[in-house]
Design a binder for this molecule. Structure first.
Ligand SMILES: [Zn+2]
Length: 120
């Protein structure tokens, strides 16, 4: 285990342990104060909240995770909502680019019958 990296929550102190995040399939490196706070890396809180369409769709467990994260990082709900809105806009723009790229791809044509060897 590599522990000479900075904590993924505060990006300040060195990692002392790696553990799974609550409700997200990801493991992060933590310093002790961040581990004890219940906070998760901000990018993970923003990305997961964007995926569910905002905090209005959060269940009580996710609400608690976000609340602990914002309290630990000294962020307001308004600041967090703005980050989530930006993420949702970026996600939608990326999906629209992907769809546009797919529609420009050449259609796979089935092989022409006259190129097949004749039956005998
Ligand atoms: Zn930390």
């Amino acid at each position: 285990m590599v522990l000479d990296h900075k904590c993924e929550v505060c990006d300040d102190r060195l990692v002392v342990t790696v553990c799974a995040l609550p409700l997200i399939p990801y493991s992060a490196g933590y310093c002790l104060p961040c581990l004890h706070s219940g906070a998760i890396p901000l990018w993970a809180a923003v990305a997961n909240t964007a995926m569910i369409g905002g905090m209005s769709n959060a269940n009580s467990m996710w609400y608690e995770v976000v609340h602990d994260t914002l309290r630990h990082l000294n962020l307001t709900c308004e600041q967090f909502d703005a980050l989530v809105s930006d993420q949702i806009e970026r996600d939608i723009a990326m999906m629209q680019r992907d769809l546009a790229a797919q529609s420009r791809e050449p259609v796979q044509e089935s092989p022409a019958h006259d190129q097949e060897p004749p039956f005998h």
